[in-house]
Write a protein that binds this ligand. Structure first.
Ligand SMILES: C[S@@+](CC[C@H](N)C(=O)[O-])C[C@H]1O[C@@H](n2cnc3c(N)ncnc32)[C@H](O)[C@@H]1O
Length: 355
């Protein structure tokens, strides 16, 4: 899809209007859907004070889609808005890494662009390591070569797009093998009826276009992101009466997913007898490392892991931090023994880890 097609059919005009004009700051939103209430992780909390207030005042994210271990990586943020997450990652990737942000709303991305030089100075960089692109996410294959990026992030954006499957397919294309899409978005416990999904306020508030969680996981698997992993999940409190009346019994969740581009992942967790030990060397995680909500590794403690988790630890940037033993020679059945399941109830996570 190219921008001319998108611009001529006006499919995104109401979203641009919403983020460019209707809402001017985070507190203008009617619900907490596009406004994260989560505690900010330690590795981000240290960086946020270094970011200009104008960038943070128009932050409309719903989660914390910034993974650990970003140093020297090439990252792209989809629907970057005024660039809060891009600037946080600019600091985390360091001067030898690079961050791109793309957004279609001029009023948003112009704020992001305005601060490129000044933020580089604040971080002590001689040359900025951030670039912002004013365009549609649908056009990312025009900007990025196949297998050229390490990480793709996004914060409360994919729900606003028309063809989610096409976007995930493009992301899969431009990621390197061993790379990941790590992103927060809004999901539902059932499919949203068409008339509701077209309501401009519900759409703008990131509710109308939200995908049913199981449909999302099906789409992710279809384009190649097997075994999507939930990093965190929280229920969105829709307290605004007008919006409550419109959405009825539909439940909304903010979920952060980790989708790996790895060749040999199976669609679920199978047991081959692998064991993984974390060495405690990931910056900011000296005692334990959380791969996702179902897989938390204490330093120097052996954990039984399924074949997929073994691959996620051995064929990604985390490999230098784990010793993984085992092979795929003998299949031992479905992986049952998940070590950390008690940390999150299955009903809250939706899909239990390793099932
Ligand atoms: C809820 S805001 C989130 C902004 C930003 N990620 C943040 O955390 O502040 C959604 C953003 O996605 C952008 N967006 C939605 N659909 C888009 C598309 N198809 N292409 C480019 N940007 C899009 C909007 O312009 C808006 O800035």
């Amino acid at each position: 899809m190219n921008s001319d097609v998108l611009q001529s059919d006006h499919s995104y005009d109401s979203v641009k209007e919403y983020y460019g004009k209707v809402v001017q700051k985070t507190s203008d939103l009617k619900t907490e859907a596009c406004c994260s209430t989560q505690k900010i992780p330690h590795h981000l909390a240290e960086v946020l004070p270094l970011i200009n207030a104008e960038i943070k005042d128009k932050y409309y994210g719903c989660g914390s889609p910034i993974p650990m271990c970003l140093e020297n990586l090439k990252v792209l943020d989809l629907g970057c808005g005024t660039g809060r997450d891009c600037y946080v990652m600019s600091k985390l990737v360091g001067e030898r890494g690079f961050v791109h942000g793309i957004d279609m709303t001029e009023n948003q991305i112009s704020v992001a662009k305005k601060h490129v030089e000044a933020q580089a100075k604040v971080f002590g960089y001689s040359v900025p390591n951030v670039k912002f692109i004013f365009d549609y996410i649908e056009n990312i294959p025009e900007y990025f070569e196949r297998e050229s990026l390490d990480v793709v992030t996004s914060n409360c954006v994919i729900n606003l797009t028309e063809d989610k499957e096409a976007i995930l397919r493009s992301v899969y294309q431009i990621l390197k093998f061993g790379g990941e899409m790590y992103f927060s978005d809004v999901y539902t416990d059932r499919r949203v009826p068409k008339e509701m999904s077209e309501d401009p306020v519900l759409r703008g508030e990131c509710l109308g276009g939200a995908l049913y969680q199981r449909d999302f996981e099906r789409i992710a698997g279809k384009v190649g992101f097997s075994d999507p992993r939930i990093v965190s999940k929280r229920t969105i409190d829709v307290s605004n009466k007008e919006i409550q009346n419109l959405v009825g019994n539909i439940k909304f969740y903010s979920i952060t997913y980790r989708l790996w581009k790895l060749e040999d992942l199976e669609d679920g967790c199978e047991d081959y007898g692998h064991i993984a030990v974390y060495n405690g060397q990931i910056p900011g995680s000296p005692l334990r490392f959380e791969l996702d909500a179902g897989h938390v590794f204490d330093k120097n403690k052996s954990e039984n892991v399924c074949g997929n988790t073994a691959i996620m630890l051995c064929q990604t940037r985390f490999k230098k931090h784990f010793e993984v033993s085992g092979s795929f020679k003998e299949h031992l059945g479905k992986f049952e023994a998940h070590t950390n399941i008690e940390r999150h109830s299955q009903s809250e996570l939706g899909n239990p880890p390793c099932c």
